[in-house]
Write a protein that binds this ligand. Structure first.
Ligand code: SF4
Ligand code: SF4
Length: 487
């Protein structure tokens, strides 16, 4: 699991805070233009790149992503103030959730097999004899790999007794479980959105912070400034992000300008009830297994890569679906903003007509800092509708399957199988279940794209361990899902 306490994450956060602060002034475009210069003023130390100009160029690209635009379409002649003006004028945010910062990405070396200084130019030279493609020669007493001939078979790596040969991987390519991102001929990564399942692994792993989520924060702040009724729908994982009771988090969000806050954990209760019924029906008609439907990256995976799994995926809607539906029924002219842990949930929100915008936990954190809101000093206010213990536990691996199990009331024996993280191996297993129309290990398969569940999402603020502890504690005070009334 990625440690979020790194310089790339801090940089993203700083730009978010500066952009929000710029929005809160009387002259947003002019202030936005200054962000790279304020962060790297004349004569300052240059911490990461070759010169101040390159650093500013990257900071400009980052700010453009925070303003919600793709770097792929970016024209460097256009100033940040023009981008800020465009963001203020647009009626809808861009649809694709991710963009790759070209200038930041170019520093990362392409994937290859590499001979290190440990090579002794030994007499046996097992690397040369192990290579079936004649790609290794000894030049000046050291092994050298001809990249034109190398087929990446890696036999030389295991052949060398000094461990002198290594594979240099491109982190994003290596992390992507569906082969949707790769470096192009210009040396920067490009995402194939036909294949991308929005799992966010490339966002978390890139050591240059080059894969960026396009933010919708300006669109949201614009509606708040216009005094629209903006309702926040908070994902259950939010409880793990800040060390305060959820009632305090609710009033802190309202202090940011939202008129109401609803728990998506209540939508999770509705999902649970539907899914339990769905599961019982499927088992009674003789299906061998059912998969749960709550992780958006899993749903994208099935839609784009595992056609055969479609009949085994629960037909129930997700917690967000039900919560957003309730919000719009309650107030048809409201603006709904889903506050979410990851890019997958952002993609889900963007496809749902009842969800107007998505804000990540990271962006919410930046908003609280920019507005100087101390969550601990906010009152602890209750929610209108109480969520269950099981609904509150949805973000943790095993939480969804457990909730469905409880809601089946022992009518059917549940044998839960937990897929804790999507990777090449777990996807291979899922394809096997779909092909065989059977999962030998159990009949209720829960899939979470991130290890640990939503607390491992790319936009989470807290460590998985701390977040899980806080969620478990909050859940323990909830009622049983079977005692919760749903509309
Ligand atoms: S990890 Fe991928 S996105 Fe990040 S710098 Fe390297 S190639 Fe670019
Ligand atoms: S979001 Fe996930 S699926 Fe999409 S490119 Fe990144 S790692 Fe691959």
């Amino acid at each position: 699991m990625q440690n979020k306490n790194n310089q790339a994450t801090h940089l993203k956060k700083e730009i978010l805070i500066r952009t929000i602060k710029a929005f809160l002034t009387d002259d947003f475009p002019a202030k936005a233009r200054l962000i790279p210069y304020d962060m790297r003023p004349k004569g300052c130390a240059v911490p990461f790149r070759c010169c101040v100009y390159k650093e500013r160029a990257i900071l400009k690209e980052r700010t453009i992503a925070v303003l919600g635009f793709s770097i792929e379409e970016y024209d460097e002649r256009i100033s940040l103030s023009s981008y800020a003006q465009k963001a203020l004028k647009r009626s809808k945010p861009e649809t694709l959730p991710l963009t790759v910062l070209e200038t930041a990405c170019k520093g990362c070396v392409p994937s290859r097999i590499h001979v290190t200084d440990l090579c002794q130019g030994c007499v046996a030279r097992p690397c040369t004899t192990s290579c079936n493609f004649g790609a290794i020669d000894i030049i000046n007493g050291k092994a050298l790999i001809d990249s034109e001939k190398c087929k990446n078979c890696q036999k030389c790596i295991s052949a060398c007794p000094y461990s002198a040969i290594t594979k240099v991987v491109v982190p994003c390519e290596n992390a992507c479980p569906v082969g949707a991102i790769a470096k192009n001929e210009k040396g920067h990564a490009k995402i194939d959105f036909e294949k991308c399942i929005s799992c966010g692994k490339c966002v978390s792993i890139c050591p240059f912070g080059a894969v960026h989520v396009k933010s919708q924060i300006i669109d949201i702040l614009k509606h708040i400034k216009e005094n629209k009724k903006v309702i926040a729908l908070v994902a259950p994982a939010i409880v793990g992000q800040l060390p305060y009771p959820i009632g305090k988090i609710k009033s802190a969000i309202m202090k940011c300008g939202f008129c109401d806050v609803m728990e998506v954990a209540h939508g999770a209760d509705i999902t649970t009830k539907h899914e339990a019924e769905d599961f019982k029906q499927r088992m009674r008609r003789g299906d061998k297994f059912m998969t749960t439907s709550c992780c958006a990256a899993y749903n994208e995976l099935v839609d784009k890569h595992i056609e055969d799994m479609k009949p085994f995926r629960s037909d129930s809607h997700t917690p967000l679906y039900y919560t957003a539906e309730i919000a719009k029924k309650k107030c048809s002219d409201c603006i709904t903003v889903f506050i979410s842990p990851c890019v997958a949930k952002k993609t889900e929100g963007m496809k749902n007509p009842n969800v107007d915008y998505v804000l990540s936990f990271e962006e919410l954190g930046a908003l609280l800092v920019a507005k100087k809101i101390e969550v601990n000093n906010c009152p602890d206010v209750p929610f209108e509708v109480e969520s269950s213990k099981q609904g509150r536990n949805f973000p943790l691996t095993g939480g969804v399957a457990k909730a469905v199990e409880v809601a089946t009331n022992n009518d059917i024996v549940c044998r839960n199988v937990l897929v804790d993280g999507l990777n090449i191996q777990s996807i291979r297993e899922l394809k096997k279940y779909a092909k065989n129309k059977n999962c030998e290990q159990g009949n209720l398969v829960e899939i979470m794209s991130c290890e640990g569940g939503c607390t491992g999402g790319n936009a989470c603020l807290n460590s998985y361990k701390t977040a899980s502890k806080q969620i478990t504690e909050y859940a323990s005070n909830g009622k049983c899902v079977n005692d919760i009334e749903i509309e």
